[in-house]
Write a protein that binds this ligand. Structure first.
Ligand code: PLP
Length: 357
């Protein structure tokens, strides 16, 4: 019940142990195509260029940025926690001049703040924002942002690492041009892949680049042949075959449950946990809390690490500590995928009641 990885169901662990096929084996290519199609379904997109990047969520972030930004570009990044800060760092490493819009940690951006950022930096090529800020537990409403950016001729880039599979993520409806996630959070798969998706607008931008992407490994102009079959399935790098088996199984589990039912389960478990935590006198830090990551303030005078240690040693329960400015001041409790269960919520609440002074 930490900020990820979440509990991995046995079905996925079995899938990962299947015999390793070659990365151009027709049977494996079939599995990979099925995996890409299921990623489209969980992202609610028809984007042809949708695939799992070989690497964790940070590799997804880098894939988006290193392919869409070039030296000399301007970009806007909305920062309300650790991961918005990492987006800024990565944008700068791509050679872009970055305009950061920062608000206090735990807050979410208002539609006016997006509009002001766009008006202040009309030459920006892209705006990046984190949908689910794992460091603070804040949920960002993304509706309407895509239209605002497209009217200004900008691309919309989103981090959905802690939302995909637990919160609604509507890539086409929200006008998202580039998005990445991770396998180890609400998809309940081991860490190691980052599902990404690019809109046609993003593809046009990549095709119009005047310089090569600064990363060879993450260069989508080469990767797309392998993942979409366009121009033949050429070898680029050896795909992480067994991780694809795992992700395929994880996505099948998500779709068997049903996306809407899964999102409703996360909401229900969050409600139950919140009621219990507040009943114990704990308060939530963010104004708009995620269901998948519950960030509460540690009461004054409590050794937060000692409580986490007792939960682990005596109850086999892992929760997260605070990150960045919340280090030592917050607990982060994940309700992600398989871990978002009534059994987990009631056990944690009982254990916490025992551990709190
Ligand atoms: N973005 C967010 C919002 C995250 O929570 C994380 C990881 O926790 C990442 C990006 C980076 O993902 P990874 O650790 O899988 O590389």
């Amino acid at each position: 019940m930490g900020p990820g990885p979440s509990t991995v169901p046995a079905r996925i662990l079995q899938a990962i142990s299947a015999p390793t096929l070659g990365h151009l084996d027709p049977q494996y290519i079939g599995y990979m195509d099925e995996t890409c199609e299921m990623i489209r379904q969980v992202y609610r997109t028809k984007n042809a260029l949708t695939f799992p990047v070989s690497g964790t969520g940070m590799a997804g972030m880098e894939t988006i940025l290193v392919n869409l930004l070039e030296p000399g570009d301007e970009a806007i990044v909305m920062i309300n926690g650790v991961f918005g800060g990492r987006m800024k760092d990565n944008m700068e490493r791509c050679g872009a001049s970055v305009h950061a819009v920062e608000i206090p940690w735990g807050k979410s951006f208002t539609p006016d703040q997006f509009a002001e950022a766009v008006a202040a930096h009309p030459k920006a090529k892209m705006l990046g924002v984190v949908h689910a800020e794992t460091s603070t537990g804040a949920l960002q409403d993304l509706s309407g942002v895509g239209d605002l950016l497209h009217d200004a001729g900008m691309l919309f880039a989103v981090d959905a690492v802690t939302s995909l599979g637990g919160h609604d993520v509507r890539v086409d409806e929200w006008g998202i041009d580039a998005i990445y996630s991770g396998t180890q959070k609400c998809l309940s798969c081991p860490p190691g892949l980052s599902p990404v998706s690019f809109s046609d607008r993003a593809i046009e931008t990549m095709e119009a680049r005047s310089s090569k992407s600064r990363s060879w490994y993450l260069d989508v102009s080469m990767l797309k042949n392998y993942y979409t079959g366009g121009g033949g399935r050429a070898y680029h790098h050896t795909a992480p075959i067994n991780m694809i088996y795992a992700l395929r199984e994880a996505l099948a589990i998500v779709l068997e449950e049903g996306l809407d039912a899964r999102i409703a389960r996360h909401r229900e478990m969050h409600g139950l946990l919140r009621e219990g935590l507040e009943g114990l006198g704990l308060s939530y830090i963010p104004d708009h809390s995620l269901c998948t990551l519950n960030c509460v303030a540690v009461p004054d005078g409590i050794d937060e690490a000692a409580i986490r240690r007792r939960l682990l040693d005596e109850y086999d329960i892992e929760i997260g500590g605070g990150l960045g400015v919340f280090a030592g001041k917050a607990w982060r409790i994940g309700l992600m995928g398989e871990s978002a269960s009534k059994r987990n919520v009631t056990t944690l609440l009982a254990a916490l009641k025992d551990c709190l002074p």
